[in-house]
Design a binder for this molecule. Structure first.
Ligand code: NIG
Ligand code: FE
Length: 402
């Protein structure tokens, strides 16, 4: 097997996932991991021996971006629903009328594994062109054993065939499928007793997610899903407080969730519960924007209680047909008033934490995977500031140009 060369990036303007460095830095990579970092002023000729040297010429270096919440494997599209909402229908009304998530379920069930893969690939490539090196992909449009596992297999295959790390999440408890109409508890049993054990046995899922909402599942039903997930060694996450405040975030945090996501309707008690449990708050400004939501997540409270905020695209055919994580940086700042550095932490260090991967990715620090990006600016704020201008110069995964 070819030994991957030792590489040394010099003259980088470093943002390490949490903070910017005060002076130009050198970053050394051995065997795909970050070996050491040094200010250029302390770099000796000896330090450089045995390395292939790459001059960053002052370019901004960040960790590879992490999109910690997507639903990018799906069949069909929901442009018609987009038009209906512009005419005044709400997301909730469309869902109650059998549209929304369920319409994507019909299209996803009808699609073959190969079709789903071919449709998902360009969506993932769009994220990669924005600097994404780790992406989470959820199931949730199959809603029966066969089709949930089919979606997860497509997600795993994307990770094998493209130079990006893929983390998968089973979202069986996303919506009630038509064949379980009036039997939500029966469906939750299917999720707990068949989907979770099968996904765990086949190593198809790294985590389990739920949609805790009036149009989806109750707090108590979600708690049953968390218990089953934990019994099978899987991490848990929740779509909570997106449309109303049911207390789903507090319940998920107490069950040990890695993250709770959306959280527009989260209150102070919920924020305290996240702080106590060490649960990450994942902000999804794309869904906020597309649904023309006006309730802003409790950013000031999250800051006050020092809850780490992650940021993701929520890429999906209904609430966020958006495949740009850099646009999320901009929206988090313009819509939620995050600072550009807070937003950048959300797609690096805090995004990693939302996936439980903080010991592997999300920061440029010794021992972590050498996943990083070079940008054609030296100012981190510029990544959030402009929209639509490609700025990525290099995307490095495990120390290799990808
Ligand atoms: O994150 N909130 C629930 N699930 C997705 C939307 C899925 C869909 O509408 O297809 C979300 O917004
Ligand atoms: Fe989502």
């Amino acid at each position: 097997m070819n030994q991957s060369p030792h590489r040394l990036w010099v003259n980088a303007s470093l943002f390490d996932g949490l903070n910017g460095a005060a002076e130009p830095m050198a970053v050394a990579v051995k065997e795909g991991r970050i070996a050491w970092l040094k200010p250029m002023s302390e770099l000796s000729a000896d330090d450089q021996s045995g390395f292939e040297c790459i001059d960053a010429k002052g370019a901004l270096m960040t960790p590879g971006l992490i999109d910690c919440h997507t639903h990018l494997v799906f069949g069909g599209n929901r442009a018609g629903e987009f038009e209906a909402r512009l005419e005044g229908a709400s997301y909730e009304e469309i869902a109650r009328a059998g549209g929304g998530i369920i319409s994507t379920v019909r299209a996803t069930r009808a699609a073959s594994e190969d079709e789903l893969f071919e449709r998902a690939r360009p969506r993932l490539q769009a994220l990669m062109a924005d600097g994404v090196t780790t992406v989470e992909i959820k199931s949730g449009y199959g809603l029966d054993l066969k089709n949930e596992l089919k979606m997860l297999r497509v997600a795993r295959r994307l990770g094998r065939e493209l130079p990006v790390r893929v983390v998968t999440t089973l979202l069986g408890a996303h919506a009630l499928p038509p064949e379980y109409k009036d039997d939500a508890d029966g469906y939750i049993r299917l999720v707990c007793e068949e989907m979770i054990p099968s996904a765990a046995a086949e190593s198809l899922a790294d985590a389990v997610d739920v949609f805790c909402e009036n149009i989806a599942f109750s707090v108590e039903q979600c708690e049953r899903v968390y218990a089953a997930a934990k019994a099978h060694g899987l991490a848990i996450k929740g779509h909570t407080e997106q449309l109303s405040n049911l207390g789903g975030s507090t319940s998920a945090a107490r069950a040990g969730a890695l993250s709770v996501d959306h959280i527009e309707y989260l209150d102070e008690d919920g924020v305290k519960a996240l702080a106590e449990a060490g649960t990450v708050a994942t902000l999804l400004p794309g869904a906020f924007f597309i649904l023309r939501e006006t309730k802003i997540p409790p950013i000031e409270l999250l800051r006050r209680y020092q809850v780490p905020m992650a940021l993701a695209t929520d890429a999906n055919p209904g609430t966020s047909p958006i495949f740009s994580l850099r646009l999320m940086l901009n929206m988090a700042c313009t819509l939620f008033r995050l600072t550009p550095v807070e937003a950048l932490r959300g797609v690096t260090a805090h995004g990693a934490r939302a996936l439980g991967l903080q010991a592997e990715v999300g920061c440029i620090a010794p021992g972590l995977q050498a996943d990083f990006c070079l940008w054609d600016t030296n100012n981190p704020a510029e990544l959030a500031y402009s929209v639509g201008l490609p700025r990525l110069v290099q995307r490095i995964v495990s120390g290799e140009l990808a």
